[in-house]
Each structure stands twice: as structure tokens, then as C-alpha cells.
Design a binder for this molecule. Structure first.
Ligand code: FMN
Length: 329
């Protein structure tokens, strides 16, 4: 039993352990979340970001993003820059079964920030306050936030994120995930975990969830040791290795190519169960490619996967990867 095995609370919602699957646009949809729960080790899952404006005009694509298969607890993440739309969309998420609603204050994409959403909220603390306050008032479930360290390095260096922490506390936010890169950094450089440590030191009433650049079990342990965060959120690391959450909980668990192949096949089956075949193939090509990065034969597999036009071609690609693996062992 380690720290990671222990439950924690987001207000009154119990999360069974200290590991969170990060929201990933066009990846952490219902099928992927079902898959990663099945693989095991994850305590909390978060939907991909859902546009509040699309939700309130009942856009079909946005409504589909709220689909859930009984996974608990589940946070649904909304994005937007208009308090009224965010509050209304939070109500829709709550009605769709969200155990908590998360506000995206980190997305760096210019098509998101130009509408005042995502990390653009970091430039306007008063607007951000109105957004979270409106959401907190609108729903009974806890409201959480996911933020970056600031818009740019000068905002980060001034420690403005600490002003946001105080504001969140006043507004009734119940958990905060910090990805300590700035918006300007996008995904360049590395996540500055000292920002997470400073947020923890600030002594908030809600748990601080650390995020950024955790790709091995050792990284997860180190993040907790260096920052004191209440939980670790993992994004890309869980795509490189979907067994990463289990490896944090089960030291010594070795991940073989065969396990990666089985995971790819299982995800494809779940995608086929829940989506149209064409969409399922599109998704497995996108997500399955991550699972074999750094694996012998992985490069050739990804080329074959990319070219696959149907399920049969996918199976042929997998057989070729198996062959490389069996020769290597
Ligand atoms: C493909 C991709 C999609 C992402 N989509 C979202 C999203 O929808 N909402 C969000 O808050 N963050 C999103 N992020 C950011 C991640 O949740 C996370 O903060 C970031 O990748 C750093 O964590 P990591 O190093 O563990 O990947 C996305 C990142 C990637 C790479």
C-alpha cells in the first residue's frame, strides 16, 4: 500500500486512488475512457474538452461527448469564455451524469483562445472569476478547474497563478489540476513542477492535482515527492503506455509488446461496439499509433496502421508486429 493506493475526496466525491487520466481532445471520449478503466489503475477519468457554446445550442457532436458508460467518478470538462454559457453547459453535464464539472483554463489552441476560452481566461482573472462562480452556483456537483502556469513566462514569474488560487477558493472551486507550462510554451520545453509545489505550499482548501511530463512510474512518485500534490494526472504517458497507471500501483509490472497488442485489439473492439465502423477505424489509427512508440517493429506497425483501410488490414499490421516481437524474443 503506497500513497497512490489511498483514496481522496473532491468535496464529497471519493476518488479511489491518486491517479487521474488527463482530458485529451479527440482521445478521452467514452470508448477510450471505458478502455483505460478496464486496463486498470486509474481513479478518475475526465472527458475531452466540450465547447459550452456548442453544448447550449445542442450541437450533436458536443452532446455525444457527454456520453458515459457508468464509469465513476467521471468529470466532464467544458470550455468557453462566457459565464452564462459555461453555467448552462455545466447544468447539462450534471444532467448527463457528470460527478463533477471541470473548467478548461489551459487549452493553448488559438481557435479556442481567440474566443476568450481555454488559457485565454488566465489573462482576465475577473472574467475567470465570473465563469467559475456562475458554474458553482449552477450545479450541485463539485466544480473543478484545470489551468496552465500562466499565459507567458512573465505572468508565470510574477506568480499570478497564486492570485487565481485565492480566487478559486473564494468562488468555491473543489479541485485544481495544474499543467505547469505557459500558453506561449504550448507543449515545448518541460513542465515546471516547482509551480505545482508552490501551489501546494500556498495551502488551498482543495486538492492540487499535478500534471505534466509523467511518462514512467518513477516520474509519478517523483512528482509527489517534489511537489506534495494530492494526485497525479497523466496524459500522453498513458498513450505511450496504457498500463502506466497500473505500473504506479504495481511496482515491477513489466509491459510487453504482446500486452500492447492486446490493448490495441481491445480498444478497437470497444470502439467497434460504440462507434460506426469507419469512425472506429479512424480512432484506432490515431490512438493505437501511440501505444507502440519505442517498441521494436513499432515504426513499421504505425506505417501499416496508417495505411490500413479496414479491420482486416489492421489485423495484418498486428500480425507483422507480432512476428517482429517473436523474432526479438
Ligand atoms: C492530444 C492532446 C489533447 C489534449 N486535450 C486537452 C483537453 O481537451 N483538455 C485539457 O484540459 N487539456 C488537454 N490537453 C492537455 C493534457 O490534458 C495535459 O495537460 C498535457 O498533455 C500535459 O500532460 P502530459 O505531459 O501528461 O501529457 C491535451 C493534450 C494533448 C497532447
Amino acid at each position: 500500500m503506497t500513497f497512490f493506493h489511498t483514496p481522496f475526496l473532491i468535496r464529497d466525491v471519493e476518488v479511489s486512488n491518486r491517479l487521474v487520466m488527463a482530458p485529451l481532445h479527440e482521445i478521452t471520449d467514452q470508448p477510450f475512457r471505458k478502455f483505460i478503466r478496464e486496463v486498470g489503475g486509474v481513479g478518475l477519468t475526465v472527458s475531452e474538452m466540450i465547447s459550452s457554446e456548442a453544448l447550449i445550442r445542442h450541437a450533436v457532436k458536443a452532446e455525444k461527448m457527454m456520453a458515459a458508460t457508468g464509469e465513476r467518478p467521471l468529470a466532464m470538462q467544458v470550455s468557453g469564455g462566457r459565464p452564462e454559457a459555461l453555467a448552462e453547459s455545466a447544468v447539462l453535464c450534471e444532467a448527463a451524469g457528470a460527478d463533477m464539472v471541470d473548467l478548461n483554463m489551459g487549452c493553448p489552441a488559438s481557435n479556442v483562445t481567440k474566443g476568450g476560452a481555454g488559457s485565454a481566461l488566465l489573462r482576465d482573472i475577473r472574467l475567470a472569476e465570473r465563469c467559475v462562480t456562475g458554474m458553482v452556483k449552477a450545479v450541485k456537483v463539485p466544480v473543478t478547474v484545470k489551468m496552465r502556469a500562466g499565459w507567458d513566462s512573465s505572468q508565470k514569474d510574477r506568480g499570478e497563478f497564486l492570485d487565481f488560487l485565492r480566487m478559486f477558493e473564494q468562488a468555491g472551486v473543489q479541485a485544481l489540476a495544474i499543467h505547469p507550462r505557459t500558453r506561449v510554451q504550448q507543449y515545448e520545453g518541460h513542465a515546471d513542477w516547482s509551480i505545482i509545489a508552490r501551489a501546494v505550499e500556498a495551502g488551498t482548501s482543495f486538492p492540487i492535482i499535478g500534471n505534466g511530463d509523467v511518462v514512467t512510474a518513477e516520474d509519478a512518485h517523483r512528482m509527489v515527492a517534489e511537489t506534495g500534490c494530492a494526485a497525479v494526472m497523466i496524459g500522453r504517458g498513458a498513450l505511450y503506455n496504457p498500463f502506466l497507471f497500473r505500473q504506479v500501483l504495481e511496482p515491477g509490472l513489466v509491459v510487453t509488446t504482446e500486452m500492447r497488442i492486446d490493448a490495441t485489439l481491445r480498444l478497437f473492439q470497444i470502439l467497434l461496439d460504440l462507434l460506426e465502423p469507419r469512425e472506429a477505424l479512424h480512432k484506432i489509427k490515431k490512438i493505437g499509433a501511440w501505444f507502440t512508440k519505442g517498441v521494436p517493429g513499432g515504426h513499421g506497425f504505425r506505417q501499416n496502421l496508417h495505411a490500413a483501410s479496414d479491420a482486416q488490414a489492421l489485423m495484418v499490421a498486428i500480425d507483422a508486429l507480432r512476428l517482429v516481437d517473436s523474432k526479438a524474443n
